[in-house]
Design a protein around this ligand. Structure first.
Ligand SMILES: *Cc1c(COP(=O)(O)O)cnc(C)c1O
Length: 369
């Protein structure tokens, strides 16, 4: 008997087929020689040694389920930031929080709004949940509050704002975030994704804690993947109004955060020396890189994170793709951002001194050839 075509095969909901799977930053694995991976905004200083020690001792007890409430971690985060642990939800990376929020708050045809070059997981998780992603235009590679508010309709359930944004590195000052919130209906959730908050050195910036504390429809997400150097463990958290925390607890897996991640996270958040060292490193090298790139004719967006968006000329042999190939031949792997609608750009993570100097030297050669 011949099989009938598609009708007899498993079919996902329609919106799933619109997803272009997330492409992680190139690692250069298998390319031989020394490789500098500057494609995923990982910490050049690595994790806290205390976090590594905590991870190792957790390895002695892998037979046991983790504490499903991640109590120790929520307590440590609460103590560090002065937050009520009952309003903190931990997850397997902040990517999982984005996904949980979409699962919980989107029905078929419901919309999410984010900015044009906003973090890709907002679109992917929206489509995965059966929702409709709506991108609002940006101005000068920066989220535009008026455009985002204009994109909000009666179907908008969630507005995502990465602040600072990845891959642009730009940010909205807090009065603009407040204006965005003030323009939203009370039943639309504003998610402030502050993955890079620890790096920001601007006195008009706030990560979002104050707004979550005073509003019923704002969530702030944070991650251990960037400044804490624990991307491999997958650990993120959200600070939420209590009713939102209650909803996220219903939809998350009962053991969504693993035991070594909880242990390492507690140690990491208590090692402020490691965070300070990472901030100092970034304060030194981010402006140095921007200055060097300007000097060789590569424009950069004004980043407040641990990465820079570089714009390449529209000239034969000098384009972003050419630069990417040129760097990869020299063992430097940075991020192509065509998937973000930025085909003429590449995103470079601030790396070790060696990696930073090597990248600048290579791009100097590239621009002068
Ligand atoms: C890196 C990043 C995340 C973090 O994701 P994790 O799942 O916690 O590793 C979240 N949002 C933005 C904007 C990021 O750049």
């Amino acid at each position: 008997m011949s099989s009938t075509p598609s009708a007899s095969t498993p079919q996902p909901r329609d919106s799933i087929l619109e997803i272009n799977a997330y492409v992680p930053g190139a690692s250069g694995e298998g390319s031989g020689g020394t490789v500098h991976k500057l494609s995923s905004n990982e910490s050049p200083l690595g994790p806290s040694p205390q976090a590594v020690a905590a991870f190792r001792s957790a390895a002695e007890h892998l037979e046991a389920y983790p504490d499903g409430s991640a109590h120790a971690l929520r307590t440590a985060i609460g103590a560090k930031y002065g937050l009520d642990p009952a309003r903190i939800v931990c997850a397997n990376g902040s990517d999982e929080l984005i996904s949980l929020i979409c699962t919980a708050y989107l029905g078929p045809g419901d919309e999410t709004v984010y900015s044009q070059h906003g973090f890709l997981m907002y679109k992917i998780s929206t489509l995965a949940a059966g929702g409709r992603p709506v991108a609002a235009p940006e101005t000068d590679l920066t989220a535009n509050v008026d455009a985002m508010l204009a994109a909000v309709t009666a179907r908008t359930r969630v507005v995502f704002l990465a602040n600072p944004n990845n891959p642009t590195g730009t940010y909205l000052p807090f009065d603009e975030v407040r204006r965005l919130h003030a323009g939203l209906p009370g039943d639309t959730l504003l998610v402030i994704d502050a993955a890079y908050a620890e790096y920001v050195r601007r006195n008009d910036y706030e990560a979002g804690i104050e707004l979550v504390a005073t509003a019923r429809n704002v969530v702030m997400t944070r991650t251990f993947s960037k400044i804490y150097g624990l991307a491999g463990l997958r650990l993120g958290w959200a600070y939420c109004p209590e009713p939102v925390a209650d909803i996220l607890h219903r939809v998350r897996g009962p053991f969504n955060v693993n035991a070594p991640a909880i242990a390492a996270g507690v140690a990491a958040i208590n090692d402020s020396a490691q965070v300070d060292a990472s901030v100092d490193h970034n304060d030194t090298w981010l402006p140095w890189l921007a200055g060097e790139f300007a000097a060789i004719g590569i424009e950069t967006a004004p980043s407040v994170g641990n990465f820079l968006l570089l714009r390449f000329p529209d000239a034969e042999g000098r384009r972003a793709a050419d630069a990417n190939a040129f760097l990869q031949e020299r063992g430097v792997f940075i991020r192509a951002v065509g998937g973000y609608g930025l085909p003429d750009c590449l995103r470079m993570t601030v790396g070790t001194e060696e990696a930073n100097r090597l990248t600048v030297a290579a791009l100097t050669e590239f621009m002068n050839r």
